[in-house]
Design a protein around this ligand. Structure first.
Ligand SMILES: C[S@@+](CC[C@H](N)C(=O)[O-])C[C@H]1O[C@@H](n2cnc3c(N)ncnc32)[C@H](O)[C@@H]1O
Length: 243
């Protein structure tokens, strides 16, 4: 039983349009270049593959990609685009797919969808289980923005626009967080939606990787391999299984 929120059909149908900024070539192409390079000609497995935002262009670049995805409606959206990507509908912490991979990857903060430390550890172990010797696990994850929470402040905005306002609340004792979304529609109505996550530090990720038998090979601030610094708000980390 997973702690993840289950993405429903309505969310899945709106996903590509609502996430258009993440499909923009300047966002997506550096990620695809990075992952094609690390796959090294071998097959790749995407955990939480969604509608194939990253997997589809990876396949177009000649990488054989498989996926694990919890939400059947999200997997259905991917199936409508291509039949070339086998997807297992299940939990990325526990589900297995056939094959051995040179690359397993988990992008756009999706590790946080697993809301317990035990499940996040299990996810690292599951990634390692699918890797060939010397294979790599790549995670793209935000660095918890604790510095944006001055004492006494309960929520911080992460986006405020004409059609959408979003706020994060964090519980610093449990590392649980919620993103609150207020959307204004063309008919003037406003709807509210929330998504829950567990935030996790880079160092905690390294420990999870170690528990799974992997070691840190590199950490960058973004897909273009910019140096990771104390001001970085996100990281792209690469762990490797022994060759
Ligand atoms: C932000 S989307 C990312 C989708 C895709 N990787 C991308 O970059 O566009 C997060 C995805 O994680 C999936 N997800 C959440 N919890 C999961 C779990 N426990 N196992 C597998 N997938 C999960 C959601 O259904 C959703 O498709």
């Amino acid at each position: 039983m997973t702690s993840s929120d289950l993405w429903d059909a309505e969310t899945a149908e709106r996903y590509d349009e609502a996430s258009a900024f993440m499909f923009a070539p300047d966002v997506l192409e550096p990620a695809v270049d990075f992952l094609v390079d690390l796959a090294g000609g071998g097959p790749a497995l995407e955990l939480a593959i969604g509608t194939g935002r990253v997997a589809v262009p990876l396949v177009e670049r000649g990488v054989a990609v498989s996926g694990i995805e919890l939400s059947a409606p999200m997997a259905d959206q991917l199936l409508r685009k291509t039949r070339d990507i086998p997807v297992v509908v299940g939990d990325m912490a526990t589900s297995t797919v056939p094959g051995e991979f040179s690359l397993v990857y988990l992008v756009w903060n999706s590790l946080g969808n697993l809301r317990t430390q035990a499940e996040q550890v299990a996810c690292f172990r599951n990634a390692a289980r699918h890797l060939a010797p010397g294979g790599r696990f790549v995670v793209e994850l935000w660095v918890p923005g604790i510095r944006r929470f001055p004492p006494g402040q309960v929520a911080v905005p992460f986006h405020v626009g004409e059609h959408h306002a979003g706020f994060d609340t964090l519980d610093m004792t449990t590392q649980q967080g919620t993103s609150h979304h207020y959307r204004r529609h063309s008919d003037g109505t406003v709807t509210y939606g929330a998504s829950n996550f567990r935030y996790v530090w880079p160092a905690e990720c390294d420990l999870m990787a170690q528990l799974a038998g992997m070691n840190l090979e590199g950490r960058f601030a973004d897909w273009s391999r910019a140096p990771f610094t104390q001001d970085s708000e996100s990281h792209v980390s690469v762990w490797r299984t022994p060759a």
